[in-house]
Design a protein around this ligand. Structure first.
Ligand code: AP5
Ligand code: MG
Length: 214
Protein backbone atom coordinates (compact mmCIF):
# COMPACT_ATOMS: atom_id res chain seq x y z
CA UNK A 1 0.00 0.00 0.00
CA UNK A 2 1.38 3.39 -1.02
CA UNK A 3 -0.85 5.90 0.66
CA UNK A 4 -1.16 9.58 1.45
CA UNK A 5 -3.23 11.02 4.26
CA UNK A 6 -4.26 14.63 3.97
CA UNK A 7 -6.68 16.95 5.72
CA UNK A 8 -6.82 20.23 7.60
CA UNK A 9 -4.46 20.76 10.55
CA UNK A 10 -5.91 18.89 13.53
CA UNK A 11 -8.21 16.71 11.38
CA UNK A 12 -6.76 13.51 12.86
CA UNK A 13 -4.14 12.51 10.27
CA UNK A 14 -1.56 11.49 12.87
CA UNK A 15 -4.15 9.69 15.00
CA UNK A 16 -5.40 7.63 12.05
CA UNK A 17 -1.86 7.09 10.74
CA UNK A 18 -1.06 5.03 13.86
CA UNK A 19 -3.96 2.65 13.09
CA UNK A 20 -3.36 2.52 9.33
CA UNK A 21 0.38 1.80 9.54
CA UNK A 22 -0.20 -0.96 12.10
CA UNK A 23 -2.98 -2.54 10.05
CA UNK A 24 -1.14 -2.48 6.70
CA UNK A 25 2.33 -2.92 8.22
CA UNK A 26 3.85 0.07 6.44
CA UNK A 27 6.08 2.89 7.72
CA UNK A 28 4.55 6.20 8.83
CA UNK A 29 6.30 9.14 7.22
CA UNK A 30 5.16 12.43 8.74
CA UNK A 31 7.06 15.50 7.58
CA UNK A 32 5.81 17.37 10.66
CA UNK A 33 7.26 14.65 12.93
CA UNK A 34 10.53 14.69 10.95
CA UNK A 35 10.83 18.46 11.42
CA UNK A 36 9.97 18.20 15.15
CA UNK A 37 12.66 15.51 15.60
CA UNK A 38 15.18 17.74 13.81
CA UNK A 39 14.27 20.66 16.11
CA UNK A 40 14.67 18.44 19.17
CA UNK A 41 18.11 17.33 17.92
CA UNK A 42 19.05 20.94 17.08
CA UNK A 43 20.16 20.06 13.56
CA UNK A 44 20.51 22.61 10.74
CA UNK A 45 17.26 21.29 9.24
CA UNK A 46 15.55 21.81 12.59
CA UNK A 47 16.77 25.38 12.87
CA UNK A 48 15.46 26.16 9.38
CA UNK A 49 12.10 24.47 9.97
CA UNK A 50 11.46 26.05 13.39
CA UNK A 51 11.17 29.59 12.05
CA UNK A 52 8.39 28.57 9.68
CA UNK A 53 6.58 26.15 11.99
CA UNK A 54 6.35 28.60 14.88
CA UNK A 55 4.44 30.97 12.61
CA UNK A 56 2.26 28.21 11.18
CA UNK A 57 3.82 28.74 7.75
CA UNK A 58 5.05 25.98 5.43
CA UNK A 59 8.70 25.00 5.33
CA UNK A 60 10.00 25.78 1.80
CA UNK A 61 9.29 23.15 -0.86
CA UNK A 62 12.93 22.47 -1.76
CA UNK A 63 13.77 21.61 1.87
CA UNK A 64 10.71 19.42 2.37
CA UNK A 65 10.94 17.60 -0.96
CA UNK A 66 14.60 16.79 -0.28
CA UNK A 67 13.94 15.06 3.04
CA UNK A 68 10.99 13.06 1.68
CA UNK A 69 12.95 11.94 -1.37
CA UNK A 70 15.72 10.65 0.86
CA UNK A 71 13.28 8.94 3.23
CA UNK A 72 11.44 7.14 0.41
CA UNK A 73 14.70 5.56 -0.74
CA UNK A 74 15.10 3.73 2.57
CA UNK A 75 14.53 -0.03 2.36
CA UNK A 76 11.47 -0.09 4.64
CA UNK A 77 9.52 1.88 1.99
CA UNK A 78 9.99 -0.78 -0.66
CA UNK A 79 6.61 -2.41 -0.10
CA UNK A 80 4.64 0.65 0.85
CA UNK A 81 4.34 3.69 3.09
CA UNK A 82 1.91 6.20 4.48
CA UNK A 83 2.86 9.81 3.88
CA UNK A 84 1.23 12.12 6.46
CA UNK A 85 1.29 15.87 5.86
CA UNK A 86 3.16 15.59 2.58
CA UNK A 87 2.54 16.80 -0.08
CA UNK A 88 1.12 20.12 1.02
CA UNK A 89 1.57 22.15 -2.16
CA UNK A 90 1.05 21.38 -5.84
CA UNK A 91 4.83 21.67 -6.34
CA UNK A 92 5.37 18.97 -3.67
CA UNK A 93 2.72 16.74 -5.31
CA UNK A 94 4.40 17.08 -8.70
CA UNK A 95 7.79 16.31 -7.13
CA UNK A 96 6.32 13.22 -5.46
CA UNK A 97 4.89 12.00 -8.78
CA UNK A 98 8.37 12.34 -10.24
CA UNK A 99 10.08 10.54 -7.33
CA UNK A 100 7.61 7.64 -7.56
CA UNK A 101 7.79 7.34 -11.33
CA UNK A 102 11.60 7.18 -11.07
CA UNK A 103 11.05 4.20 -8.76
CA UNK A 104 8.45 2.75 -11.14
CA UNK A 105 5.72 2.76 -8.53
CA UNK A 106 2.38 4.50 -8.11
CA UNK A 107 0.18 5.71 -5.26
CA UNK A 108 -2.74 3.42 -4.40
CA UNK A 109 -4.92 6.05 -2.73
CA UNK A 110 -5.08 9.50 -1.18
CA UNK A 111 -7.15 9.67 2.01
CA UNK A 112 -8.73 12.99 2.85
CA UNK A 113 -9.85 13.18 6.49
CA UNK A 114 -12.55 15.78 6.22
CA UNK A 115 -13.42 17.89 9.27
CA UNK A 116 -15.12 21.29 9.20
CA UNK A 117 -12.70 24.03 10.15
CA UNK A 118 -14.90 25.34 13.02
CA UNK A 119 -13.96 22.55 15.45
CA UNK A 120 -10.29 22.27 14.56
CA UNK A 121 -8.81 25.09 16.64
CA UNK A 122 -10.27 23.37 19.73
CA UNK A 123 -8.71 20.06 18.65
CA UNK A 124 -5.28 21.64 18.19
CA UNK A 125 -5.22 23.79 21.31
CA UNK A 126 -6.35 20.81 23.46
CA UNK A 127 -3.86 18.35 21.95
CA UNK A 128 -1.14 16.92 24.18
CA UNK A 129 1.67 14.69 22.92
CA UNK A 130 4.07 12.36 24.68
CA UNK A 131 7.54 13.85 24.67
CA UNK A 132 9.11 10.38 24.47
CA UNK A 133 6.96 8.16 22.22
CA UNK A 134 4.91 10.82 20.42
CA UNK A 135 1.50 9.33 21.29
CA UNK A 136 -1.30 11.89 20.85
CA UNK A 137 -4.03 12.78 23.35
CA UNK A 138 -6.63 15.48 23.83
CA UNK A 139 -7.63 17.13 27.09
CA UNK A 140 -11.35 16.65 26.28
CA UNK A 141 -11.72 14.14 23.41
CA UNK A 142 -8.97 11.60 24.07
CA UNK A 143 -7.84 11.84 27.68
CA UNK A 144 -4.93 9.81 29.04
CA UNK A 145 -5.74 7.57 32.03
CA UNK A 146 -3.70 9.87 34.31
CA UNK A 147 -3.68 13.56 33.50
CA UNK A 148 -0.41 14.69 31.91
CA UNK A 149 1.08 11.17 31.69
CA UNK A 150 1.38 8.96 28.60
CA UNK A 151 -0.61 5.68 28.81
CA UNK A 152 1.97 3.88 26.64
CA UNK A 153 5.28 4.81 28.23
CA UNK A 154 4.61 6.85 31.39
CA UNK A 155 6.43 9.98 30.15
CA UNK A 156 5.14 13.52 30.55
CA UNK A 157 2.73 14.96 27.99
CA UNK A 158 3.57 18.31 26.44
CA UNK A 159 1.88 20.82 24.17
CA UNK A 160 3.25 21.33 20.65
CA UNK A 161 4.83 24.78 20.14
CA UNK A 162 2.50 25.44 17.17
CA UNK A 163 -0.70 24.51 19.04
CA UNK A 164 -1.49 28.04 20.23
CA UNK A 165 -4.78 29.55 19.08
CA UNK A 166 -3.21 32.19 16.82
CA UNK A 167 -0.83 29.74 15.12
CA UNK A 168 -3.65 27.23 14.66
CA UNK A 169 -5.78 29.87 12.92
CA UNK A 170 -2.86 30.69 10.63
CA UNK A 171 -2.24 27.01 9.83
CA UNK A 172 -5.88 26.65 8.78
CA UNK A 173 -5.54 29.67 6.45
CA UNK A 174 -2.32 28.23 4.97
CA UNK A 175 -4.16 24.95 4.35
CA UNK A 176 -6.93 26.77 2.45
CA UNK A 177 -4.55 28.68 0.21
CA UNK A 178 -1.78 26.14 -0.40
CA UNK A 179 -2.94 22.60 0.43
CA UNK A 180 -6.67 22.47 -0.44
CA UNK A 181 -5.90 22.59 -4.22
CA UNK A 182 -4.39 19.09 -3.84
CA UNK A 183 -7.88 17.62 -3.50
CA UNK A 184 -8.72 18.48 -7.11
CA UNK A 185 -5.23 17.36 -8.20
CA UNK A 186 -5.76 13.85 -6.79
CA UNK A 187 -9.46 13.70 -7.71
CA UNK A 188 -8.39 14.15 -11.33
CA UNK A 189 -6.00 11.20 -10.94
CA UNK A 190 -8.87 9.07 -9.55
CA UNK A 191 -7.05 8.55 -6.25
CA UNK A 192 -9.04 10.65 -3.78
CA UNK A 193 -11.03 8.93 -1.01
CA UNK A 194 -12.75 11.29 1.40
CA UNK A 195 -13.76 10.10 4.86
CA UNK A 196 -15.74 11.95 7.51
CA UNK A 197 -13.25 12.80 10.27
CA UNK A 198 -15.88 14.28 12.57
CA UNK A 199 -16.83 11.04 14.32
CA UNK A 200 -15.17 8.88 16.99
CA UNK A 201 -11.60 7.77 16.14
CA UNK A 202 -12.59 4.08 15.67
CA UNK A 203 -15.43 4.99 13.30
CA UNK A 204 -13.09 7.12 11.19
CA UNK A 205 -10.68 4.18 10.96
CA UNK A 206 -13.50 1.79 9.99
CA UNK A 207 -14.46 4.17 7.17
CA UNK A 208 -10.82 4.36 6.04
CA UNK A 209 -10.55 0.56 5.83
CA UNK A 210 -13.83 0.42 3.91
CA UNK A 211 -12.68 3.15 1.49
CA UNK A 212 -9.38 1.35 0.88
CA UNK A 213 -11.09 -2.00 0.28
CA UNK A 214 -13.14 -0.61 -2.66
P1 AP5 B 1 2.05 18.70 10.87
O1 AP5 B 1 2.74 18.10 12.01
O2 AP5 B 1 1.78 17.89 9.67
O3 AP5 B 1 0.74 19.37 11.41
P2 AP5 B 1 -0.72 19.65 10.74
O4 AP5 B 1 -0.97 19.34 9.33
O5 AP5 B 1 -0.98 21.03 11.14
O6 AP5 B 1 -1.57 18.57 11.35
P3 AP5 B 1 -1.58 18.18 12.84
O7 AP5 B 1 -0.45 17.24 13.13
O8 AP5 B 1 -1.72 19.41 13.65
O9 AP5 B 1 -2.97 17.42 12.94
P4 AP5 B 1 -3.38 15.94 12.64
O10 AP5 B 1 -4.30 15.95 11.47
O11 AP5 B 1 -2.20 15.03 12.59
O12 AP5 B 1 -4.27 15.66 13.93
P5 AP5 B 1 -4.02 14.71 15.21
O13 AP5 B 1 -4.22 13.29 14.81
O14 AP5 B 1 -2.79 15.07 15.94
O15 AP5 B 1 2.87 20.00 10.40
C1 AP5 B 1 3.33 20.95 11.33
C2 AP5 B 1 4.13 22.03 10.61
O16 AP5 B 1 5.28 21.43 9.98
C3 AP5 B 1 3.41 22.75 9.47
O17 AP5 B 1 2.62 23.83 9.95
C4 AP5 B 1 4.60 23.21 8.62
O18 AP5 B 1 5.23 24.34 9.19
C5 AP5 B 1 5.57 22.04 8.74
N1 AP5 B 1 5.34 21.04 7.68
C6 AP5 B 1 4.94 19.75 7.84
N2 AP5 B 1 4.82 19.13 6.65
C7 AP5 B 1 5.15 20.05 5.71
C8 AP5 B 1 5.20 20.02 4.29
N3 AP5 B 1 4.86 18.92 3.59
N4 AP5 B 1 5.57 21.16 3.65
C9 AP5 B 1 5.92 22.27 4.33
N5 AP5 B 1 5.87 22.38 5.66
C10 AP5 B 1 5.49 21.27 6.36
O19 AP5 B 1 -5.31 15.15 16.06
C11 AP5 B 1 -5.45 16.46 16.57
C12 AP5 B 1 -6.12 16.42 17.96
O20 AP5 B 1 -7.46 15.97 17.81
C13 AP5 B 1 -5.45 15.45 18.95
O21 AP5 B 1 -5.51 15.99 20.23
C14 AP5 B 1 -6.29 14.17 18.84
O22 AP5 B 1 -6.28 13.42 20.04
C15 AP5 B 1 -7.67 14.74 18.54
N6 AP5 B 1 -8.46 13.88 17.65
C16 AP5 B 1 -8.00 13.14 16.60
N7 AP5 B 1 -9.01 12.47 16.00
C17 AP5 B 1 -10.14 12.83 16.69
C18 AP5 B 1 -11.54 12.47 16.55
N8 AP5 B 1 -11.96 11.64 15.58
N9 AP5 B 1 -12.41 13.03 17.43
C19 AP5 B 1 -11.99 13.89 18.40
N10 AP5 B 1 -10.69 14.24 18.60
C20 AP5 B 1 -9.79 13.72 17.73
MG1 MG C 1 -0.12 15.28 12.71
Amino acid sequence: MRLLITGRPGAGKGTQAVNITKFYNIPHISTGDMFRAAIKNQTALGMTAKGYMDKGALVPDEVTIGIVKERLLEPDCKNGFLLDGFPRTIAQAEALDKILSEQNVKLDAVLDVNVAREILVRRMVGRRVCKTCGATYHIEFNKPKTEGICDNCGSALIQRADDTESTAVNRLAVYDSQTAPLLAYYEKQGLLKTVNGDQPVDHVFADIKLALSK
